[in-house]
Write a protein of this length. Structure first.
Length: 511
């Protein structure tokens, strides 16, 4: 473990800070001819490749920038998205300016696509300037872009570069990719520590689930369900999963790092007990945004409390503690719940539209202590806390005696466990990984093309790549394996050189 002071110096890994000196080796592009299998198997869906995936969206926009009509479509999409987040008092005027601008647009193609839709939007805007007025206009633009422009994009060098990024994204993830820092907390299955990506410099929280503890407590289903739920979540108000990998001893979940502490700490320990009205309203809005996203994914969160609401550097809130769950689909219950002795399962995933009441009750439960002062009860609890005996703690005279109390003593792992670990060890999660590349400017630094929009050598399809098994293994080797190979080569050469010198000296001595 490296020191806490080193962690504070690095901060949150913004932009180029914290990268390894060999960061380009971690993100080195394969030649485009090495991506043939991915090119054949990748799903050719417009919304998946050009809207949902951040790097795919960026590359599709670069392609559209080469054609004026397509660029006008992208500009209109951006302005309609900006309209949705415009304050209520300014939204109507902004909408009128947008409509007037594009009804008189010089691009005939844009007018043909959205002319009728913009006229409807103009009438609706006079009645009610709602957020979704331009939704039909956005659908029409995406429908047009998903046709001939998308087909042409797939034949361009920008799509080839996307295939290269996807190949890098799908490389195996190991502990060598990260630096580990101080421990942030401990739980029933392991610990959470701060870690940093060597490739981008971004800081994360690494949640380690010890394999033997999972097997001892039959927590395989819970661990896998937590991982699958975190993969589905993609919201700034909910903790998301960036990587999932395994080591010899543990299963590792690399999650969003929250530096601001939990909400309970801010309510009771920061200044005067409680929060002012403005902060309560702000936090309530953020919690509701997070819950709304979970409900859209058919997930009902049942463990919402101040301890599970974490703040980042900018005081934004995220729901955390995604544990075991049970879910109902189309009226049939799939029993994947792992019930522990001390707590209920925190999730229920169901297909239902009656989420308003649970959502409001949950927010009331979180924010009520921050509005109503409960100083006497809280003070009493804090005074008595130091006198309470910790049930799960091990009390012994000598630290060396702790090993005999180990709860996982005698637990062994077999092939069945390895099959489960293979389901868990899936590497990078596409959307968070691509966001990491963009936020830390790795995308900007590496996404370089030739002069005047020409292909770089790694995008030249006329170059023949060797396809023999040994050569292919060398090409697909991870950066850490390259390092081991070079290290072993240096050691071997040094040994041979010293052996040769000793033999040469012995021959001279005999002569």
């Amino acid at each position: 473990m490296e020191t806490q002071s080193q962690l504070s110096k690095i901060g949150n890994g913004g932009n180029r800070k914290g990268r390894s000196r060999k960061w380009k080796d971690f993100l080195r592009f394969p030649h485009i001819n090495e991506c043939t299998e991915l090119e054949k198997s990748i799903e050719r869906d417009y919304y998946s490749l050009c809207v949902k995936q951040p790097i795919g969206q960026q590359l599709f926009r670069l392609f559209c920038a080469t054609k004026s009509d397509l660029q006008h479509c992208i500009d209109l999409l951006d302005e309609t998205a900006e309209y949705e987040v415009t304050p209520d008092d300014k939204r109507k005027n902004f909408g009128k300016q947008l409509i007037n601008k594009y009804l008189t647009s010089q691009s005939s193609r844009v007018r043909v696509i959205v002319d009728s839709e913009l006229e409807k939007c103009s009438c609706d805007l006079e009645l009610n300037a709602s957020e979704d007025i331009f939704s039909n206009c956005q659908k029409a633009l995406h429908e047009y872009l998903s046709g001939a422009p998308f087909a042409e994009y797939q034949k361009s060098m920008y799509f080839d570069r996307f295939l290269q990024w996807k190949t890098v994204e799908r490389r195996p993830i190991t502990r060598d990719i990260f630096r580990e820092y101080r421990i942030l907390g401990k739980g029933g299955f392991g610990e959470v520590c701060a870690c940093q990506s060597r490739a981008s410099g971004k800081m994360y929280a690494c949640k380690k689930l010890e394999k033997k503890r999972i097997k001892k407590r039959s927590g395989e289903a819970m661990a896998l369900n937590e991982k699958q739920i975190l993969e589905r979540v993609n919201s700034r108000f909910v903790v998301s999963l960036a990587y999932a990998y395994e080591t010899k001893e543990a299963l590792c979940l690399v999650l969003t790092l929250m530096n601001g502490g939990d909400l309970r700490f801010h309510i009771y320990n920061m200044g005067t007990e409680g929060l002012n009205k403005e902060r309560v309203e702000f936090y309530a809005a953020e919690i509701l945004c997070g819950l709304s996203h979970l409900h859209k994914e058919s997930i009902v969160y049942r463990d919402l409390k101040p301890e599970n609401i974490l703040l980042d550097d900018n005081a934004f809130k995220m729901d955390s503690q995604f544990g075991s769950l049970g879910f109902t689909i189309m009226g049939k219950t799939a029993d994947l719940t792992v019930v522990q002795k001390t707590s209920l399962t925190p999730f229920t995933r169901r297909v239902s539209h009656r989420h308003s009441l649970p959502k409001m009750l949950a927010v009331h439960r979180v924010l009520y202590p921050s509005i109503v002062e409960e100083k006497d009860a809280c003070t009493t609890n804090r005074e008595n806390r130091s006198l309470m005996r910790i049930v799960k703690a091990v009390y012994c005279a000598d630290v060396l005696d702790i090993d005999q109390f180990s709860t996982v003593k005698g637990v062994s792992l077999d092939q069945v466990d390895e099959n489960f670990y293979s389901k868990f060890n899936t590497g990078s999660v596409p959307v968070p990984w691509q966001n990491e590349m963009i936020e830390t400017e790795c995308f900007k630094d590496l996404n370089v093309f030739g002069p005047r929009g020409t292909r770089t050598p790694d995008l030249d399809r006329s170059i023949v790549i060797p396809q023999t098994s040994s050569e292919t293994q060398f090409i697909n080797r991870s950066p850490s394996e390259y390092g081991r190979h070079r290290l072993l080569s240096r050691i071997f050469k040094r040994h041979v050189r010293s052996l040769f010198k000793s033999q040469h000296c012995s021959l001279l001595h005999t002569n």
